[in-house]
Each structure stands twice: as C-alpha cells, then as structure tokens.
Design a protein around this ligand. Structure first.
Ligand SMILES: *Cc1c(COP(=O)(O)O)cnc(C)c1O
Length: 389
C-alpha cells in the first residue's frame, strides 16, 4: 500500500533551517530582534498597523479578549465550527460564551442569524461584548455584514483567522482588520505558515497593541512613558495588570519570518490543489467547497460534504474506508458546544442545526503544498471509490 497521506503537513526548507540555526548561534534566543522583525513583516504583508506575536494562536486570542476588557459578566459569541480555542479564550477571561449558527454554503458564521440573535439579546439585555467570527478553511467570513450587525450595538470583533493568512477579502488581505478590531493567525505546523507553535494578533489600534503586548508578558512594562514612578532607575519595571508568559521566542520567529518568503508560493499551490479536487469531484455525490466572490481562500482545508441520499455509504463508513486506505482524512470540526465540557455549561444538541448537519457530512481531505499530483490522484480515486458502488 502507498504511504499514509496526512491531511496537513508543514513545508520546511533548507533556508528555514538555516534561519533557525542563525538564531541559535546569536545572543538572543528569546526577546531578541527577530520577533519584532517577524511582527513587522506580517503586519506589512497583510496591511495592518501592528502585529503582536504570541506562543500560540490560543494565547493570542486570550490576550485579544483581555485587551478588549472581556471579563466576568460579559458575553462572547463565536462560531460552533471551530477549534475549541476560539471559545476557550473567552472562558479564560471569565466570560460566558454562546454560538451563532453557520451559513449552510460557506460554513462560516451566518450574518443573518447573527443579526437575529443580536436583536433577541438586545431585547433581553444580554448582548455580547465581543464576537469572534472564524474564517473556516481559510475563506473569509462575510465581514461587511458581520461588522454591520455588530456595530449597531457597539460590539467589538476579533477575527479568528487561524486558517487564513494569505487569504483575501474584498481585495485586501485577511489581517488588515478593515472590519474588525483584531485578527489572529495561527502558526501551528498544520496551518499555512508555521513557527512550530505560535500565533499573532493583528490590529490597527495602537492602544490595543500595547495592551496585548503587556498581556503576553506578565502585565509588566519598562517603557518610561508608561511607568508611574518618576525618575526610575535603569533596572526598574512595573506590573500594571495580571499578564501571562505568552511570548514567542526568536527561534520560532526566525522560522516564521523565513516561511513568510514562501507564503505566496504556498497559497498558489493550495489553490491549484483545490481546483484539481473541484474538477475531480464534479460528478461525485459530494458537495465541494463553495467560494464567495468577495473571498479568495487560503485553502488551509479542503472539505467535502458527503451527500447522504446519493452516496453509496454513510458518512462514517466513507471516512473509515479512506483512513483504512491510507488517506489521512479528518473532520473539522465537532461543533464546540457538543464537547462534554461545554455540555456541562448547559449546551445541548440542536443548538446550531446547520453546524450539526455539516458535522454529519464533512470530511477534510489532504491539503498541503508538498502534496504531489500523484498523491492527489490517489486521494481522488479513493474518495470516488468510497462514495460510489
Ligand atoms: C489552530 C486553531 C486555533 C489554535 O491555534 P494554536 O496556534 O494551536 O493555539 C484556534 N482557532 C482555530 C480556528 C484554529 O484552527
């Protein structure tokens, strides 16, 4: 049998390795010059004023919630089709979370359902302080509509753009924060660009950037402009808030900075793979990803939905047959509120019917830049066989 093909995989070049080795030989392993260089490079790439790097997207989402003053008594809404980190970040701050059901064609937070739910919440005085739309698979949410619905009530927006570095929306890169306060990228190895572990929060608001930088480093500052003591000594620093140690190291940042050079190449290859899958599956009993004309996906994931009426086997059997055949399919995601931890918070099945319908049909196929044409052919043939007779 051919080798196991994973659903996602990093591409690390000799240049990436050399960049990391350079840092290992330098004076600073952490808090050196490479983290700020990486922050500036990502900010300049996506057209945001500031980037605040962190040791994961989860940490970046947490400091983003902290910067927006999310705390006990506040509500945060996100999408049920996401990794648990999107909503956990709000729980870390002591907020209550809820989920807005998805649009059945993009699988992203549905702006109409958001507007409806906000109207109900406004009437009962239970509006959220922050919403966290998630750009699932790398395709931007309908940010204009989401922004319009949220800003009616002064609600702040954090984009969970973990899947979407390199994606664009209305001809600007995701991360430009045109319709949000903050956007967060992940640099986990399965994502588009990797630092090993890592994440970054993008913003155009200098005060939010300062608060996030403080939150990722113990709530401590040395900046004379912000220190309360007059005429401080050179050793002096002050803690003003309760922060964390969420810093990215220079080692990780060097990998990210070097990877960034190939971002366009990565995205081009992912787009080519997506087109080839689209063609290969045109006549199968599956729904291929629908792309909104305003959005150009980064194609972190390629998700097909198995048509339950027309496919030869049920979803689970198709999934298991692919896995058994060496195709590392996956399912992104189990609706977050179905997790036992969230059920204990009071959620139950039926809360977001579109997300649950998706969950009963979705399969993520292998999608990464080094996937060869031959491997892609194997994946396509295996899927065709599994859903047909
Ligand atoms: C990967 C991911 C995260 C968490 O990213 P880490 O860098 O692993 O902390 C959060 N949200 C989404 C949608 C993700 O895919």
């Amino acid at each position: 049998m051919a080798q196991f093909i994973p659903y996602g995989r990093q591409s690390v070049s000799d240049q990436d390795i050399a960049a990391v080795v350079d840092v290992l030989k330098s004076d600073f392993l952490t808090q050196g010059p490479v983290v700020p260089a990486f922050e500036e490079a990502v900010a300049s790439y996506c057209g945001a004023m500031h980037g605040v790097a962190a040791n994961s997207a989860t940490s970046a989402l947490h400091i983003a919630c902290m910067a927006l003053d999310v705390g006990p008594g506040d509500r945060v809404w996100t999408s049920p089709l996401t990794f648990v980190a999107s909503s956990n970040a709000a729980l870390y701050c002591g907020a209550e979370v809820d989920f807005v059901d998805v649009d059945p064609s993009s699988y992203n937070m549905c702006p109409a359902k958001l507007a409806e739910k906000l109207e109900v919440a406004a009437a009962s005085g239970t509006l959220p302080k922050v919403i966290i739309p998630v750009h699932l698979t790398g395709q931007s949410c309908d940010m204009v509509a989401i922004h319009q619905a949220a800003s009616r009530y002064g609600i702040r927006i954090i984009e969970d753009a973990s899947h979407a570095i390199g994606a664009s929306y209305k001809s600007r890169f995701v991360g430009a924060c045109e319709f949000s306060d903050i956007a967060v990228f992940s640099f986990h190895p399965v994502k588009i660009v990797t630092t090993g572990e890592g994440g970054m929060a993008m913003t155009n608001d200098g005060e939010l950037a300062r608060r996030m930088a403080s939150g990722r480093s113990h709530g401590v500052t040395r900046d004379p402009e912000f220190v309360q003591l007059e005429d401080p000594g050179q050793w002096y620093y002050e803690q003003h808030t309760l922060g964390y140690n969420y810093r990215m190291t220079d080692i990780n940042a060097a990998l990210g900075l070097s990877q960034l050079d190939r971002l366009t190449e990565f995205i081009d290859r992912r787009r080519a793979i997506a087109r080839a899958y689209d063609e290969a599956f045109a006549d199968l009993p599956v729904t291929t990803p629908r792309q909104h004309p305003d959005a150009a996906s980064a194609w972190h994931l390629y998700v097909v939905r198995i048509n339950p009426e027309r496919a030869a086997k049920p979803h689970r059997a198709v999934f298991e047959e692919l896995r058994a055949g060496g195709i590392g399919v996956n399912l992104h995601y189990i609706p977050v509120y179905l997790q036992p931890y969230y059920r204990d918070l009071g959620f139950s099945p039926g809360h977001c019917p579109e997300a649950e319908a998706y969950y009963s049909q979705a399969i993520s196929l292998p999608m990464f830049p080094s996937l060869t044409d031959e491997q892609q052919g194997d994946v396509a043939a295996a899927l065709a066989q599994a859903v047909s007779r």
